[in-house]
Design a protein. Structure first.
Length: 252
């Protein structure tokens, strides 16, 4: 492909911490997280408009003018068509009827006695009301999503926050994923489809205090914009010590 002098994104690897906030901001899918850093996949995928600039907390992105392959809209459209086929396949035809893909509604548990002496005398009850919980595995048509209050969890939150089942989960449908390591653009598409079809009443986004986790809020906001739905969103930030930050429950 012939090189042309044009504007294009440049990523400062020294500044980039791999948070991934820029990934869902690029509608062309030109940026991915590779080896813990944001990378420009190919010059031809970047339109040079800089929609990703405002999401970077470290100012690692900037627009420069240099010789580069020209932006190719047709190639971008083909790329976007093939970015998510694996996700669709997992949702509809996982091999061997994988139990992780079987949609189920559950009854929230009551507190129960432990089965082994090594455990404490009692344990908290699970407030989980459905299965599966991974964003990639939950179809937008799942019956438990209809008219639901949704809890979107960055996947470190359940490990860090001991009061999850008592505080955040009761009465909510939970969807779990990682905004740094997963395919964030596919998450935008999935949530947009859910927001369009399921009549969601509210969304609570729970994320860790570390910068990369805030990508989950970006994903939800992008999906809301894409879907055109008007749904109230609340954000909860959990510290690495497992506490909900004071004053961090806010409307997005």
């Amino acid at each position: 492909m012939k090189k042309v002098t044009r504007k294009i994104i440049e990523i400062d690897e020294e500044r980039c911490d791999g948070c991934g906030l820029c990934v869902p901001s690029c509608a062309e899918g030109a940026i991915q997280i590779v080896d813990g850093k944001a990378r420009l996949v190919a010059d031809k995928f970047c339109d040079g408009l800089g929609a990703c600039l405002g999401e970077c907390p470290n100012d690692a992105l900037r627009i420069v003018e240099r010789d580069a392959d020209d932006f190719d809209e047709e190639v971008v459209e083909e790329r976007l068509k093939h970015l998510r086929p694996a996700q669709k396949a997992e949702e509809t035809s996982l091999p061997c009827g994988c139990p992780s893909a079987q949609v189920r509604s559950l009854e929230p548990q009551r507190a129960a006695q432990p089965a082994a002496r090594k455990l404490k005398a009692s344990r908290s009850a699970s407030a989980l009301s459905h299965w599966p919980v991974q964003i990639r595995l939950v179809p937008a048509t799942a019956p438990f999503l209809k008219g639901a209050d949704v809890l979107v969890l960055a996947d470190c939150v359940p490990v860090a926050y001991p009061d999850l089942h008592q505080d955040l989960l009761p009465g909510k449908v939970v969807l779990v994923g990682c905004p740094k390591l997963d395919d964030t653009e596919s998450y935008v598409e999935k949530f947009a489809e859910i927001f369009e079809k399921a009549g969601i009443r509210s969304v609570t986004v729970a994320m860790m205090e570390v910068p990369c986790c805030h990508g989950m809020s970006v994903i939800v906001r992008k999906a809301l914009k894409k879907s055109g739905a008007s749904i109230p969103v609340e954000e909860v930030v959990i510290t690495v010590r497992g506490e909900a930050q004071e004053g961090e429950r806010r409307s997005a």
